[in-house]
Design a protein around this ligand. Structure first.
Ligand code: SAH
Length: 347
């Protein structure tokens, strides 16, 4: 097994069978072997810098019905909210003062936010903070909408592919959603010129080791700038409420494999990872991740953006989250930096 990791380190890719074998058979010892290599590569491209993104969860209305997600439209218990443009700008203002130079606007697919409204929000943020990057994470749209957001000043787009296997995709989503369309969106975004992020949940219901290997190979093909992964965590108001959560160990192992497969990728150590283990985000950084995404959403809406159960940091002000993150990173020998944090060029 160690030879396979060595091979991956040299070639930055393995076959479907080889990835599957590693994912099926990983041990704590093999993980340590992988993480050391992942850290070396990450240090080569990014040193000990950790990039910060300020996450603004601006709406939890959603027209989709993804089976795993706590803000799916069928969840009648979700307490719905929308931030106004002024609320969003206020989040940016406090974020800017705290050193954030990337704002991530994330939300459900909420028809209230027409293209016109999104464009107006992008322009307003860019006007006030021209030195900041804007990342959108608002789901599947038409090519022309993506183009219009880009023209208005959006820099990056996060759209997790969720799973690269068609049959598995069908088990996690209602039938009106398709992997084909999701992938098409990712290719459109890339072509337009966004820095693009895809990603998946680790340990989602019905997922096999081979599915995860397919995820890694899809990522290798897409060559995204970012990859967001985190453990699946059951949400009590969804049909998956009794399903098992993804594990810390497998999520970390996948982070390590991704660092070796796409060496310069921007890899967040996610809130979901911090939710299943008190030191999850630190361990993610030590497994090869290089990005953290503290929350900038107003405290009064935090608990409402409940994609999954027990989400952390729902009671903290932005400043608390930012300094808590700084302390956590410093404790493991890393430091959060004030910069846009763009993707490093491949050598
Ligand atoms: N509507 C946007 C944003 C989705 S929320 C979009 O379609 O891209 C961001 C991510 O949260 C999702 O892509 C999904 O991977 C993750 N997520 C949703 N429910 C989850 C759960 N129960 N456990 C872990 N992650 C979840």
């Amino acid at each position: 097994m160690k030879q396979l990791i060595d091979k991956l380190e040299t070639n930055s890719v393995l076959s479907l069978e080889e990835y599957t074998k590693l994912i099926e058979g990983f041990t704590p010892e093999l993980s340590e072997y992988l993480f050391e290599k992942a850290r070396n590569i990450r240090h080569h491209y990014y040193g000990h810098d950790v990039y910060m993104r300020g996450l603004i969860e601006f709406t939890n209305y959603c027209k989709n019905d993804c089976i795993y997600c706590g803000i799916r439209r069928s969840n009648k218990n979700a307490d719905r909210y929308r931030l106004t443009k002024e609320d969003i700008l206020f989040c940016c203002e406090s974020g800017y003062e705290l050193g954030f130079r990337t704002f991530v606007l994330q939300g459900g697919e909420d028809p209230y936010f027409t293209d016109e409204k999104i464009i107006d929000i992008i322009r307003s943020i860019k006007e006030k903070y021209p030195d900041c990057a804007i990342t959108l994470s608002i789901g599947e749209k038409e090519h022309d909408s993506y183009q219009a957001f880009f023209d208005a000043g959006a820099d990056r787009y996060l759209l997790r592919h969720e799973t690269a296997n068609d049959v598995h995709y069908g088990k996690l989503h209602p039938k009106e959603l398709s992997l084909k369309h999701r992938k098409q969106c990712l290719y459109d975004l890339k072509k337009i010129g966004y820095q693009v992020g895809c990603g998946f949940m680790v340990g989602s219901p019905y997922q096999t080791a081979e599915n995860l290997a397919e995820d890694v190979l899809f990522i290798k093909e897409l060559q995204p700038h970012m990859v967001g992964i985190g453990p699946f965590i059951a949400q009590h108001d969804t049909p998956f409420k009794d399903e098992k959560n993804g594990t810390l160990e497998l999520t970390l192992f996948m982070l390590g494999l991704l660092r070796l497969t796409v060496p310069n990728v921007l890899l967040p150590s996610t809130t979901a990872l911090g939710t299943i283990h008190p030191r999850g985000r630190e361990l993610g950084i030590l497994a090869g991740a290089n990005v953290v995404m503290p929350n900038l959403s107003p405290v009064n809406v935090r608990k409402k953006y409940m994609l999954y159960d027990n989400k952390i940091c729902t009671g903290d002000e932005a400043a608390e989250c930012r300094y808590c993150m700084q302390n956590r990173m410093e404790a493991i020998g890393y430091h959060v930096v004030v910069s846009r944090g763009d993707c490093a060029a491949v050598e």
